[in-house]
Ligand binder design. Structure first.
Ligand code: HAM
Length: 413
């Protein structure tokens, strides 16, 4: 778990702002579920999922309730839907921290942030397309150009069940060639064996049956419409029949956005899909759902690697230097800020030299200086800190204190 300090924290906030701009323009409203839920909410994500079985921060609270810090937001959104029964389609977006007890490394943390969307109550394949397109548009808005989209369908529940049996038969026949971890996964959910990134499993995985052979008409048609919709928006994608994703609740469409620059174990910048059974599993009516979540931490690493979406410049425009005790700086900074000009100042009545050093360090464009003479005369000195000083001129001007705002506006400050 990490501390996010300035200026990175401002970058995070802008990241969320850009995401909000993209999804709110498409009619999504923000949901803010609690960080803690009853453990049962998350066990519905799937008993064969590491996220649930190995990585959850769960504990018994003072009231004897078994609760957990959320490892993701999809289950919480479905729980909230069951509880509040909003009109459908319910189009939501979220941002916030999630917790998974994973092995920390670059791009993988125990507390990490996501932004995401979830839509409940619509079965339409064009909704899948809308959701995927929003993710795509967001990466574009950040300036990322090397993100690729992987797409798959896991079929309708019946198709998926037949496929799972075919996989079970196949993997059981090749048990000796699978890693110990994959054998354990096989006993719980053969589909998740396809998710193994262990090189030793690769040859067996390569020969495994493909889901496409098991689609019924409904799933095949849904998937074809999703592909046609993406193509009509000019969004490139690659079909990856091994894309089952790390969580068990997916049905039909699944997708992942991959970055080009991160290690393969951490190159998933985001992912999602349909999870039509989850609301029902949480005690609600049968309700289709689709959504995605993007890892904020990881996406920012991809931005660093591609040299886009830098942290915003934290500097103020004006730094006020006051050697008369500080009361002048108090009033001047208040006036500047009220006029929409960002301003900072020195404290503790330090020497002129020390305050000017602070002004330089602040990155401000201008220093506004008040000493005893200026205070008596009702003036201030305005000194450029960054612009090149014209030869033979000091580069600074003395103006009436009452003209300061007008002067700064006229100099485009
Ligand atoms: P997920 O694939 O588990 O899906 O996580 C989505 C994204 O969160 C990942 O692609 C990755 O960028 C980021 N992420 C996950 N774990 C970590 C970690 N330990 N450290 C840093 N980043 C991480 C979900 O969470 C689903 N709820 C997505 C979804 C929404 N499906 C349908 N709707």
């Amino acid at each position: 778990m990490r501390d996010i300090l300035p200026p990175d924290s401002a970058r995070w906030r802008r990241f969320v702002g850009v995401f909000a701009g993209v999804v709110e323009a498409a009619g999504y409203g923000q949901i803010m579920p609690p960080l803690l839920e009853d453990l049962g909410v998350f066990t519905r994500i799937g008993e064969a999922t590491d996220v649930v079985t190995k990585e959850m921060y769960d504990f018994v609270d003072k009231g004897g309730r078994h609760i957990a810090l959320r490892p993701e937001v999809t289950a919480s959104t479905c729980r909230a839907f069951v509880q509040h029964r909003p009109p459908t389609p319910w189009k939501t977006w979220y941002t916030g921290s999630n917790f998974r007890y994973e092995k920390p490394q670059r791009g993988r943390y125990r507390q990490f942030d996501q932004v995401g969307v979830e839509v409940l109550g619509a079965d339409d394949p064009y909704l899948d397309v809308e959701v995927i397109a929003l993710g795509w548009e967001f990466y574009r808005a950040l300036g990322l150009s090397r993100v690729t989209l992987l797409l798959n369908s896991l079929g309708e529940p019946d198709d998926r069940a037949r496929y799972v049996e075919a996989l079970r038969t196949y993997f059981t026949a090749h048990l000796g060639e699978l890693t110990e971890e994959s054998r354990v996964t096989l006993a719980k959910n053969p589909l998740r064996v396809l998710d193994s990134k262990r090189p030793a499993d690769a040859p067996v995985l390569a020969g495994a049956p493909r889901i496409a052979q098991y689609y019924g008409d409904a799933a095949a048609e849904h998937f074809a419409t999703v592909q046609a919709g993406l193509a009509s928006l000019g969004i490139p994608f690659t079909i990856d029949s091994g894309l089952v994703r790390g969580l068990d609740y997916y049905r039909r469409t699944t997708f992942e956005f991959q970055g080009a620059t991160l290690d393969s174990a951490q190159n998933a910048l985001g992912g999602g899909g349909r999870y039509d059974g989850l609301v029902e599993a949480l005690g609600g009516p049968p309700t289709p759902g689709v959504g995605f979540a993007l890892g904020l931490d990881r996406t920012l690493l991809a931005c660093d690697d591609e040299g886009v979406f830098p942290a915003p410049d934290p500097s103020v425009t004006v730094f006020v230097v006051d050697t008369t005790g500080g009361a002048e700086a108090l009033r001047i900074t208040a006036d500047l800020r009220a006029a929409g000009i960002t301003a900072d100042r020195a404290f503790d009545n330090r020497s002129m030299k020390s305050q000017m050093k602070a002004a330089d360090r602040s990155g401000a464009d201008l220093a506004v200086i008040v000493g005893a003479n200026e205070a008596d005369a009702g003036t201030v000195v305005v000194r450029p800190l960054r612009a090149a000083v014209v030869e033979g001129q000091s580069g600074q001007t003395t103006i009436a204190r009452s003209d300061l705002l007008t002067y700064l506006r006229n100099t485009n400050t």
